[in-house]
Design a protein. Structure first.
Lengths: 139, 386
């Protein structure tokens, strides 16, 4: 079965922050759940950025479950592309990357890009002097 | 133990020369000591691949019929200098396109020429009896040009400040994007691989030194602009060298964008990554000692670019070993660091230069004149105008 990945932002109303929502997504829908950024405090509005990985069917069911629980979400419709052939591995993008998705391999001094950590903040697109980073928008 | 440039060149021609890259040489010294390394090795290759704003190219277009004395010139809409002879020009790396702004500049024209692309030449003239034509619009390629050589007034900076930002807003600088409240530190030399940090007293690098530049063989033409020689003792046996720069020249027709690349910094402008490699002869043990220097003994200073003044505050001294570790301590906090100069490319250049010397394709040239023993870095005094 082909696994798919989606990245989404979830917004939790204050009354939901004490529910084990992520546990249910993992347990009931067999979704791999990778939290990229989270701001959750008891009785306050929370937000969570995560990547879900699973079958298309389970992803759909999991998202349906979120809706039923009154949790709003927004699926990312963009990602960052690294045009490696333009890259000289200078490191300028790593100066601004907040999640260290862009990082220097300190033996080879080669740029590495871990898409799963990328917050799609787009700071690297501006920071790259060689125009090697770009935003890809898909529908 | 001593050897001369001539002796080394004889060895290169005979295929008996021993060459190591700067990093390999330092490892050898750590293993066997300076004296033994000096005995075994003839030449050490260095490299750097950094954005160098003070770069540009002299070009001669050849004459059209009827001829024109070009006094306003554009290459792909980037203005080039019109104050030389009829069809000579100089195009600077940081000159911006009149139609594309920060996206495209003189550096991009230079790279496009090297890549063999067609460039749109537009020129105007007031017309003279000897040069009657008043306008020309055509396309040129590198092959068409009589001469096209880089002449970069200031390259190969011996050492450079590391940059940070104390203010509450992002700063877009030639030192990259600096995050607010000391959010990051950027630095820009290849440290222990850097040419002028391996010959800090400039014993072997001077006017006439043959260098690797952008893939071609070029030369040190003069001292670089703003050349000074600063020496500051950090602690016993550790000296912070800075200030030396080189003016360099090289034939664009032999260059490749593998070793030279146009760049554009957000809200700053365009510049040129220039790949430079300099072979350093191990003339004696003193040279070997200089060449043995490691990143932990090479220092620079962290400077606050949040202060918009000529003399920006220095926050601390820092070694390249610490900068390269990925974080440094600043005001009691760990701050991430990022390089702006490609160490990967610098290594590639040192390696390619080593191979060229081993194959007998690159001979060493002894300087025909030494660079100045001192220099003055004067500020621009603004005098009252009546």
């Amino acid at each position: 079965m082909q696994l798919q990945k989606v990245k989404l932002f979830m917004y939790f109303p204050p009354e939901k922050t004490d529910k084990p929502i992520t546990y249910r997504l993992v347990k009931d829908y067999d979704l791999m759940f990778n939290i990229l950024q989270a701001q959750i405090q008891p009785n306050k509005k929370g937000r969570l950025m995560a990547e879900l990985e699973g079958t298309a069917e389970n992803i759909e069911k999991g998202l349906q479950y979120l809706k039923e629980q009154g949790i709003q979400y927004r699926i990312f419709n963009k990602n960052i592309i690294w045009y490696e052939e333009k890259c000289v591995h200078c490191g300028a993008c790593t100066a601004v990357c907040p999640s260290r998705a862009l990082n220097m391999d300190r033996d080879e001094w080669k740029l590495t890009f871990d898409h799963s950590k990328c917050l799609i903040c787009e700071l690297c697109v501006k920071a790259c002097p060689l125009n090697a980073m770009d935003v890809n928008i898909f529908l | 133990m001593a050897r001369t440039f001539d002796e080394i060149n004889e060895k290169i021609k005979d295929g008996e020369v021993v060459v190591l890259t700067a990093e390999e040489f330092k490892d050898l010294v750590e293993e066997k000591g300076v004296a033994q390394a000096a005995k075994e090795v003839d030449v050490v290759t260095t490299g750097t691949f950094s954005p160098m704003c003070s770069s540009g190219a002299f070009i001669n277009f050849g004459h059209s019929d009827p001829p024109i004395r070009m006094n306003r010139i554009w290459l792909n809409d980037v203005p080039a200098y019109g104050g030389l002879a009829a069809v000579d020009t100089y195009i600077g790396a940081t000159e911006l396109s009149e139609t594309q702004g920060f996206e495209y500049g003189g550096a991009h024209v230079i790279q496009d020429l090297i890549d063999g692309k067609k460039i749109r030449l537009r020129a105007e003239s007031y017309g003279t009896d000897c040069y009657p034509r008043k306008e020309i619009i055509t396309y040129i390629t590198l092959d068409d040009l009589n001469q096209a050589y880089l002449f970069n007034p200031r390259n190969a900076y011996q050492n450079y400040n590391a940059a940070t930002n104390s203010t509450d807003r992002i700063l877009y600088t030639y030192m990259g994007t600096l995050l607010p409240q000391y959010g990051n530190v950027t630095y820009c030399t290849s440290g222990e691989l850097s040419p002028l940090l391996n010959d800090p007293e400039l014993r072997t690098i001077g006017i006439g030194t043959r260098i690797f530049i952008g893939g071609a063989q070029g030369y040190v033409a003069w001292e670089g602009t703003q050349f000074v020689r600063n020496k500051e003792v950090i602690r016993d046996g550790v000296i912070q060298y800075s200030g030396a720069t080189l003016a360099v020249v090289g034939n664009m027709k032999h260059m490749s964008s593998r070793f030279i690349r146009a760049a554009s910094y957000e809200k700053y402008g365009t510049t040129l990554f220039v790949g430079i490699g300099i072979p350093i002869p191990v003339l004696d043990e003193e040279m070997a000692q200089f060449l043995a220097v490691r990143n932990r003994h090479i220092y620079t200073q962290v400077v606050d670019y949040g202060v918009p003044s000529r003399s920006r505050p220095i926050l601390r001294k820092v070694s390249y070993e610490e900068l390269r570790s990925g974080t440094i301590e600043l005001n009691g906090k760990k701050v991430p660091t990022a390089p702006l100069s490609s160490l990967r490319k610098a290594r590639e250049i040192a390696r390619v230069l080593k191979e060229k010397i081993l194959k007998g394709e690159f001979l060493l040239q002894e300087p025909i004149q030494k660079l100045p023993e001192d220099g003055r870095f004067n500020p621009l005094k603004e005098r009252g105008v009546e």
